[in-house]
Design a protein around this ligand. Structure first.
Ligand code: AHN
Ligand code: ZN
Length: 337
């Protein structure tokens, strides 16, 4: 039997409280008819959203150009330097938080969380998270010959970072009312592979966020957080995972209702997803910053088909998905008073 690294919570679906079926039909009509998209620019906040999906996509491509960003590799080092320099270029105060983190097999990972603080003097702050490392193993690939090859991670890693770099560019161009901390976590994806038959261990995923949660950079704690993980796939489904729901229900409402307002409830579904261990679990548990995960996950198919396979490449990135997620993140940021 196939072994998955997530557990589907056997819970009743959350009723779809916040969206009417009428809105759903409208969003489909908009998606099919580009001429109607102007109708979405109704509120002041919506008008301010200039998120450029081509720019986000080029950031995903740029990361892939380095090769798989597996910790301790040259591609990883070079990409890390690039991400820090981009955040600086967009006006952030950057902290490179280095740590030697121990993997499931004892390998010491030379890790670096990359933190960009925008408008550091603002007291009200929001945190945006993504992981920037790629997985050393395609251990979910149907072909066992690929299991020890590294994942390119166009979706699993690079997509979230690509969206946030474009958000960073927007933040510099258009000052929000609140300060923003962008945190790129390292060593998220070095968890115990499916082929490993050594002793069972917990907490082998999300090593960078575990370190950051115990050593947070901030003086002023952000009021809430949004994690992006696998936000560039085709036909995505962003449901509400159990950790987001349990720790951060008010933020779930904030993000998913903004998505509905922007007519992106075709992919942002306010329905119960499964239980997923991701960086937001450690953020919530260790820092008490209520943090939601925007992650492509569906109870029937699990993670996207390309997940931890050799097919997680740029060709399978859908620019439209990057756009929807970027617009929702910008919509939330620019709605804060
Ligand atoms: C696990 O597979 C344990 N958690 C999902 C988090 C993840 C892995 N995100 C990307 N890769
Ligand atoms: Zn992964």
């Amino acid at each position: 039997m196939k072994k998955y690294f997530y557990y589907v919570a056997k819970m009743a679906l959350i009723p779809v409280i916040f969206m009417s079926s009428c809105q759903n039909q409208q969003s489909k009509a908009v998606a099919e008819n580009p001429a109607k998209t102007e109708t979405k620019a109704e509120t002041a906040e919506v008008k301010k959203i200039n998120f450029d999906a081509d720019s986000a996509f080029s950031y995903v491509a740029k990361q892939c150009d380095f090769g798989p960003r597996v910790p301790n590799s040259e591609a990883h080092r070079k990409c890390g330097d690039f991400l820090a320099s981009e955040l600086k270029r967009f006006g952030a105060e950057v902290i490179e938080q280095k740590a030697d983190l121990k993997a499931y097999d004892g390998t010491v990972l030379k890790s670096k969380n990359i933190i960009g603080q925008f408008y550091p003097d603002k007291n009200r702050r929001v945190a945006l998270f993504a992981h920037w490392d790629s997985r050393p193993f395609c251990d979910n690939d149907p072909n066992p010959a690929n299991h020890r090859k590294p994942v390119m991670g166009a979706n699993d890693g690079a997509s979230g970072v690509g969206v946030l770099l474009e958000v960073a560019r927007q933040i510099q161009a258009n000052e929000p009312n609140i300060g923003i901390d962008i945190v790129f976590f390292d060593s998220e994806d070095y968890g115990t592979p499916q082929f490993y038959d050594g002793p069972e261990q917990e907490h082998t995923w999300c090593l960078g966020s575990q370190y950051w949660g115990r050593n947070p950079h901030y003086k002023t704690r952000p009021e809430f957080g949004i994690l992006l993980d696998m936000v560039g796939g085709e036909m995505p489904e962003f449901k509400v995972d159990k950790v987001s729901y349990d720790f951060a229900s008010a933020i779930v409402y904030k993000v998913w209702s903004k998505a509905a307002e922007l007519k992106h409830d075709d992919v942002f579904k306010m329905e119960q997803g499964g239980f997923i261990t991701d960086d937001h679990f450690y953020v919530n548990q260790l820092t008490m910053i209520p943090t939601v995960d925007i992650i492509d996950f569906n109870n029937e198919r699990g993670f996207p088909e390309t997940w931890h396979t050799v097919n997680d490449v740029l060709e399978n990135i859908d620019k439209n998905t990057l756009r929807k997620v970027g617009e929702v993140v910008c919509g939330v940021i620019y709605s804060e008073k």
